[in-house]
Design a protein around this ligand. Structure first.
Ligand SMILES: [Zn+2]
Length: 254
C-alpha cells in the first residue's frame, strides 16, 4: 500500500434534510467525481448522466442513506449543499439587460453573483401521499404522488435535449396524471380508477379544467415542494431592476 493512499481527508458538514428530517454528513465532490459528471454531461447519454449523478451524490453521503429513496426536495437540498461545499456559494451569471428604453432594448451587460445560500425552502411541506381534488361540483378525484424512481432520469433529460424533454414531458404529463388517479367520487358513486384501463383514465384527465390540472400535476410530480431562489439585479445604465426566479435541481447546477 502506498503512503499516498487515504491521506487526503475532507471536511464534512452535518445537514438536516428538510422533508424527511434525516440528519446526514456530507463531504464535497472530489476531483474524479466532478470529472465524471462533466464527461457524463458531455456524453449526452441519459442513462449515463442519470446514474453518474446518483452515484456521485450517494458517494458524498457518509451514512447508509439511499438517495434513490429520498424525496425530490431532500435530493435538491442535499445536492445544493454539496455544490456549495465543492464550488462555493456564489455563482456568477451574466446577461444583457432586456429592459426597453424608448422602444429599444437597453442591452447593457449585467454581471452578478447569485448566492446559493439564499435559496428559500418551503416551510409547510406537504408530505401526503394522496390528495383529493374537486373536478366539478359533483365530481371529486383522489390522486397519488408518483414514486420518485425517475428523478435522476428527468434530471438527465433536462440536459440532453431541453426542447425535446419539454415536449416529451408535455406528452407524458397526461399519462403520468392518469396513472396517478386512484379514486373518483361521482355523487354517491365511488369508482376505483385503478381498475379502469389507462385510456379511460386519460379521457377523464383530458376533461379536467386547465387550472385544476396544473394543481394536480404539481402535486403528482411533487414540484410544489421545491427550493426557490429569487435574485434581483439592477442594470447599471437604465437602473431597471430585474428579478430572476430559479427553482428546481437542474437549474441550480450551473
Ligand atoms: Zn438596462
Amino acid at each position: 500500500m502506498s503512503a499516498l493512499n487515504n491521506i487526503v481527508q475532507y471536511p464534512t458538514k452535518r445537514i438536516k434534510l428538510p422533508q424527511s428530517g434525516k440528519i446526514i454528513n456530507l463531504r464535497p465532490f472530489i476531483g474524479k467525481e466532478q470529472k465524471s459528471l462533466k464527461y457524463a454531461l458531455e456524453s449526452e447519454d441519459k442513462a449515463s448522466i442519470s446514474s453518474t449523478f446518483k452515484n456521485c451524490i450517494q458517494a458524498c453521503i457518509t451514512e447508509k442513506v439511499n438517495v434513490g429513496k429520498l424525496s425530490l426536495l431532500d435530493i435538491e437540498y442535499l445536492f445544493l449543499q454539496i455544490i456549495i461545499m465543492s464550488n462555493g456559494n456564489i455563482v456568477n451569471v451574466g446577461f444583457p439587460c432586456f429592459n426597453e428604453v424608448d422602444g429599444k432594448k437597453c442591452g447593457t451587460p449585467i454581471e452578478m453573483g447569485i448566492d446559493l445560500n439564499d435559496v428559500q425552502w418551503p416551510k409547510d411541506i406537504d408530505s401526503s401521499k394522496t390528495k383529493e381534488f374537486t373536478i366539478t361540483e359533483s365530481v371529486k378525484a383522489i390522486f397519488k404522488k408518483q414514486d420518485n424512481s425517475n428523478i435522476f432520469t428527468q434530471f438527465a433529460e433536462h440536459y440532453v435535449d431541453e426542447d425535446k424533454a419539454r415536449q416529451k414531458h408535455k406528452n407524458a404529463e397526461e399519462e403520468i396524471i392518469a396513472k396517478a388517479l386512484v379514486t373518483v367520487y361521482h355523487g354517491e358513486e365511488v369508482i376505483n380508477a385503478e381498475d379502469e384501463d389507462l385510456e379511460s383514465r386519460m379521457r377523464f384527465v383530458n376533461d379536467i379544467a386547465g387550472s385544476t390540472l396544473y394543481d394536480i400535476e404539481q402535486f403528482v410530480s411533487d414540484t410544489d415542494n421545491t427550493g426557490v431562489l429569487e435574485s434581483k439585479f439592477k442594470c447599471p445604465k437604465c437602473k431597471f431592476e430585474h428579478t430572476e426566479v430559479t427553482r428546481g435541481i437542474e437549474n441550480f447546477f450551473v
